[in-house]
Design a protein around this ligand. Structure first.
Ligand SMILES: NC(=O)c1ccc[n+]([C@@H]2O[C@H](COP(=O)([O-])OP(=O)(O)OC[C@H]3O[C@@H](n4cnc5c(N)ncnc54)[C@H](OP(=O)(O)O)[C@@H]3O)[C@@H](O)[C@H]2O)c1
Length: 338
């Protein structure tokens, strides 16, 4: 594959937005998410991703301490803001004195807390704009629906930001099909973000409603938080995946054994297992955009090359046959990571 092919990625539509077929998820670049990382390495990764065509970056005010992840993205955007579509999310950085609205997830720590009351949304956006060093957010999502606030109310507040020019487009993250429909009735939704990968099927109802409404799908953790690359043998303390039962030592070993069939398919095609995972996702629908994250320039290039890989229908059938037989050890998470 030539460098030119890597730099010019095919594009896809997320509603009205046109973005590269594979974006870049920046969560991995803040300490405490996937272990230690320093800002130099993080910035280098972001710039490498942008240089190689990942002109769609996903962050959140909740990644890293005090907007750390957004501030990193802001630094990497300097001088190239117009070329990059910037997506961020809100709800986890609950202001002092505001209530924490908790909800259960399948992680070891049990629950997460958000506050997406309309009265706080403008403040969240203003803080993100400062962190990102920009005057407009291209795609703005509530990170999780607030269990105590109707989704209509939260997105109504985002609609005001669109009207005032602080935000270009509304997205939703970790919602049900019903919440997507209700939100879209208040303000057009351009993209819905959901965990979707070879070991995490997307909710079929959500997909059907997204399709019906012309809403694009952003697939988060498209490499199964690294597992689907076939290279994760253990996760250390300080790595957020320690909380995920699928990465507990015994489960991880069992999962690695079970998923070797995918390695064989990738090897037959002369691609990596991670590339197979991303190419498979791109073949599931014309409007899905995976946002893999990585700290490692070689991995970033490898991932972006997957946008050029065509999979024959026989290969897709072979993959689906394998996936239908597999049940990941460690159960199913509600809402997955943050
Ligand atoms: N909406 C939500 O609630 C939500 C939740 C989770 C994530 N997200 C978004 O989705 C993005 C991606 O998710 P994620 O980071 O959890 O998972 P991911 O992209 O599935 O996996 C990231 C992991 O894979 C490894 N990796 C990446 N490319 C690789 C390659 N080619 N070979 C070997 N290892 C490779 C990375 O390690 P190296 O650094 O060593 O490459 C990192 O540990 C996040 O950045 C975030 O923007 C959203």
């Amino acid at each position: 594959m030539t460098k030119k092919q890597i730099d010019t990625l095919p594009t896809r539509r997320l509603g009205e937005l046109e973005v590269p077929a594979i974006g870049f998820g920046a969560m991995v670049l803040s300490p405490g998410m996937y272990g230690e990382i320093d800002d130099d390495r993080a910035l280098n990764a972001l710039r490498h991703a942008f240089d190689h065509g990942a002109a769609f970056v996903d962050t959140s005010d909740g990644y890293g301490a005090d907007g750390h992840n957004e501030r990193l993205v802001g630094r990497a955007l300097k001088g190239r803001r117009e070329q990059i579509t910037v997506a961020t999310k809100f709800g986890f950085r609950i202001p002092e004195g505001a209530e924490a609205h908790t909800f259960p997830v399948g992680f070891a720590f049990g629950e997460l807390a958000v506050n997406a009351e309309p009265r706080y949304v403008r403040g969240y956006a203003e803080a993100s704009l400062r962190n990102l060093g920009t005057d407009v957010i291209d795609l703005y999502y509530p990170h999780f629906p607030d269990p105590q606030v109707p989704i209509e109310d939260t997105v109504g507040a985002v609609a005001e930001l669109v009207e005032d020019g602080l935000v270009r487009h509304l997205g939703l993250s970790n919602v049900t099909a019903d919440q997507l429909r209700r939100a879209h009735a208040v303000h057009p939704v351009q993209a819905v973000q959901a965990e979707w990968s070879m070991w995490r099927p997307v909710d079929a109802d959500l997909l059907a409603v997204a399709r019906e409404l012309g809403v694009g799908v952003v697939a988060w953790s498209p490499l199964g938080a690294g597992f689907l690359t076939g290279t994760v043998r253990s996760v250390r303390d300080g790595d957020f995946r320690r909380n995920n039962p699928r990465f507990a030592d015994a489960n991880l070993a069992a999962n690695n054994d079970a998923y070797t069939a995918l390695r064989a398919i990738a090897a037959d095609l002369g691609i990596t297992q991670g590339q197979l995972a991303l190419a498979w996702l791109l073949h599931q629908a014309p409007d899905v955009v995976p946002i893999p994250g990585s700290r490692t320039p070689a991995h970033i290039e490898e991932n972006l090359q997957a946008a050029h890989i065509g999979l024959h229908p026989d290969t897709l059938a072979r993959i689906d046959e394998v996936l239908a037989r597999l049940e990941p050890a460690g159960g199913t998470l509600l809402g997955g990571n943050a």
